[in-house]
Design a protein around this ligand. Structure first.
Ligand SMILES: Cc1ncc(COP(=O)(O)O)c(C=O)c1O
Length: 467
């Protein structure tokens, strides 16, 4: 253990140096060929190597080539820097190395607290056992939609786990074209069929058109289909739009649909001053996906599924063979009964540490700071004649495009993200919004400043000239 103690002390220095120096290095750079050969072509060593050697290799060949999300000028997708408290305790979770499937040890007990805290932060009802941590929102969505599917089937007098889906009226789900791809993946995985995932139109600001939702449900019922779920977004990945959740909740209630909200990225936005009205109705959902590894900065991966009725997820997943029976599990049983994972990592420790380190006030401050940056970039874009704002800013995402000339704007804006990334001074990604190629900047880093916004716009201008 002396070797581990020495190497561990050295590792602490390496990660502190790494995190401390992020802002001075390029946001991102391509992996050079020689390093690529090292990363991809190594042979498994015949005999084991010393811990110190592994640290040196990591320092030399891994740390210099990050994805970029630790940097204050990383604005791509929805990827945050790691919260230092999360980084600090992650090796301790590995040192304990439990499976948080269930049982009487620290991991599952702490998970109960963390899930309760997350529900409390965003104002979601929290019955005992009302949620679990997952690898991310994609898995949280699988759990929520599986619960929805099982509830719909049981309500109609059959059991999808026993019978499968064949021979039954197709179950139909509703989501806008702005809904995240994980909703489609989950629906496909659950055998619902992509054609039964209806694309509900959006209004001018990319929110679900609830009138159209009503019409579509009516048409599907008339056609003998079985509408069972509507998924709203609390912060879309394209523009950060929040669907009219209260109205969607009304429609779901009127038609007996499961109401799922994808708040993976944006649910915490409810904490920003003045934001609550946008989120009205989120608390009425049957399930909410919320990712601690996004806005909160919990080291990847940690998602969370929050459930109004935890029994619905248990009905969809519980399968306890004799070798897993635990007489002392209590009423809630094991976490493994509420989702597909059996061996579950100790995600709660890094989430508990991050939340405790920030405190409620710190979470609110982080949300306010990053949301203000998105609004500020929106205002700068509106003032600049060579930029155009493409959507109102509701969370911490600004969707815009560069318009330095009259024609060829789609091709130009499609090429800009790669060109900006290659320069290494800022990192943003693109999308299509309202039929146009767009740029989007997502703010999640507590150390991003207003000066960084100027750098971003200048980098876009310079990169565009090179295209
Ligand atoms: C709005 C939204 N929903 C769902 C997801 C999927 O989450 P995960 O990547 O954690 O599975 C993302 C990921 O960026 C997202 O932004």
């Amino acid at each position: 253990m002396d070797e581990l103690r020495l190497a561990g002390a050295k590792a602490a220095g390496i990660w502190a140096d790494h995190l401390g120096g992020v802002a001075e290095r390029p946001v991102w750079r391509p992996v050079p060929e020689g390093e690529l050969a090292w990363l991809t072509g190594q042979e498994l060593p015949q005999t084991g190597r010393a811990l110190d050697d592994l640290l040196e290799d990591t320092r030399a060949h891994v740390l210099p080539y990050p994805m970029g999300n630790g940097h204050p000028r990383f604005f791509g997708w929805v990827n945050s820097p790691p919260n230092p408290a999360g980084v600090l305790v992650e090796p301790l979770a590995a040192a304990l190395n439990p499976s948080c499937a269930g049982g009487d040890h620290a991991g599952p007990h702490l998970e109960r607290t963390v899930v309760r805290w997350l529900a409390g932060l965003v104002g979601f009802p929290h019955p005992p056992g009302g949620g679990l941590l997952t690898s991310g929102a994609s898995m949280a969505t699988v759990i929520c939609l599986a619960a929805a599917r099982q509830r719909a089937a049981l309500a109609d007098g059959w059991d999808v786990r026993e019978e499968g889906l064949s021979g039954r009226a197709p179950l139909v789900m509703y989501v806008t074209g702005e809904g995240h791809s994980c909703l489609h993946k989950a629906a496909q995985l659950l055998g619902l069929g992509a054609r039964y995932v209806r694309t509900v139109p959006v209004d001018a600001v990319y929110r679900m058109d609830v009138g159209a939702l009503r019409t579509m449900i009516g048409e599907d019922v008339a056609a003998g289909l079985r509408p069972f779920c509507v998924a709203g977004s609390a912060g879309t990945v394209n523009s950060g739009a929040v669907d009219p959740l209260d109205e969607i909740a009304d429609v779901a209630a009127a038609h007996g649909l499961w109401f799922h909200v994808d708040g993976a990225y944006g649910a915490l936005g409810v904490l920003a001053d003045g934001a609550a009205p946008h989120y009205a109705g989120m608390e009425r959902a049957d399930s909410l996906a919320l990712d601690p590894h996004k806005w909160l900065g919990v080291p990847v991966g940690c998602g969370c599924a929050l459930l109004r009725d935890p029994g619905a997820a248990r009905a969809a997943f519980s399968l306890v063979p004799s070798y897993l029976v635990d007489e002392n599990a209590g009423e809630l049983g094991w976490f493994a009964e509420y989702g597909p994972e059996q061996t579950r990592p100790f995600r709660a420790l890094k989430t508990w540490a991050t939340l405790s380190h920030l405190g409620r006030a710190g979470v609110k401050e982080l949300v306010e700071h990053t949301a203000a940056l998105a609004r500020e970039l929106g205002a700068m874009v509106e003032r600049a004649p060579d930029f155009e704002l493409l959507a109102p800013v509701t969370t911490s995402i600004t969707a815009f495009r560069h318009v330095p000339r009259a024609g060829g704007l789609d091709a130009l804006n499609r090429a800009i993200p790669g060109a900006v990334q290659a320069r290494g001074n800022a990192f943003l990604t693109g999308t299509r919004l309202g039929g146009r190629d767009a740029l989007r900047a997502c703010f999640l880093h507590p150390e991003t400043t207003r000066a960084d916004l100027e750098v971003l716009l200048d980098e876009i201008r310079v990169a565009a000239k090179s295209l």
